[in-house]
Ligand binder design. Structure first.
Ligand code: ADP
Ligand code: MG
Length: 253
């Protein structure tokens, strides 16, 4: 037997029942992620991106197929805190400060290293906001808090569902760069969802393109950019050519 991938979906299906009718959200989803990969799902609304992420987070059970995390089943991986999940609209507890929100997982699971919390606060540039309450922060800052909270468990992989979709372009670019930094400090593997092709190119090693009704994977596109991604990369010809490559590739679906 060959070495296992960090995460693997094999022929995964998911249907929902709506008004007594079976609706296929996704069908025949197969892909894998290796340690350190940044893989991004793109595709129109309703093609099943959130459904796939929720199945990978063990929040939804597939209707068919298999999801493996190394040689564990997905439930064991979740119980061990190996999978972090940042939902589309992260719920921070309103009556807890930023630090108290981020620390929450440590209170539930006590065998964690408190020094890690300090490192997370500083890498996510949240130190000066530690005593603020969620309502005092901008949308972008709240998303960073949600990412910081997901990091506390020391996950091997973080699943992020359109975390910056609602933000202004400039703020999104800044947070994209910060996400690259956070990723390199904590060497996490990331699965990401976005509608935005430039964002997907900037962040990813691979883009998984989907189409709807039912949601299927239509293409997996490799991104050939340097490992270190800074905002200045967005002005370079190599970045434009990758964006054009992806746009053309998606047009031919
Ligand atoms: P995306 O995140 O790409 O917008 P979703 O995964 O949210 O797509 O949804 C995929 C499909 O599954 C859509 O057609 C959606 O209407 C349907 N769907 C999602 N959640 C449910 C649910 N709880 N009940 C019924 N249908 C659902
Ligand atoms: Mg979604």
């Amino acid at each position: 037997m060959g070495a296992s991938h960090l995460f693997e979906l094999k022929n995964v299906d998911k249907n929902y029942t709506k008004d007594n009718q079976l609706v296929w959200a996704v069908k025949g989803i197969s892909f894998f992620v290796d340690r350190g990969d940044f893989v991004t799902f793109v595709g129109p609304s309703g093609c099943g991106k959130t459904t796939i992420l929720k199945m990978m987070a063990d929040l939804l059970k597939p209707s068919g197929g298999a999801i493996k995390y190394l040689d564990f089943d997905i439930g064991q991986a979740r119980e061990r805190g190996l999978i972090g999940y940042v939902p589309q609209s992260p719920s921070l507890l309103p009556n807890r400060t930023i630090l108290e929100n981020i620390r929450l997982p440590l209170e539930i699971k006590k065998n964690q290293n408190p020094n890690r919390l300090k490192e997370i606060m500083s890498t996510c540039e949240l130190d000066e906001y530690a005593d603020y309450y969620p309502y005092e922060l901008s949308g972008g800052m709240r998303q960073k808090v949600a990412i910081a909270r997901a990091l506390v468990y020391k996950p091997e992989i973080i699943l992020m569902d359109e975390p910056f979709a609602a933000l202004d372009e400039m703020i999104k670019e800044k947070l994209n760069e910060e996400l690259m930094k956070i990723r390199s400090v904590f060497t996490t593997t990331i699965i990401y969802v976005t509608h935005n092709i430039e964002e997907a190119v900037f962040l990813s090693d691979r883009i998984v393109a989907m189409s709807p009704s039912p949601g299927i994977i239509v293409k997996i596109i490799d991104i050939n950019l340097p490992d270190k991604r800074m905002s200045t990369l967005r002005k370079e010809p190599v970045f434009f050519s990758e964006v054009i490559k992806v746009r053309q590739s998606l047009r031919n679906i």
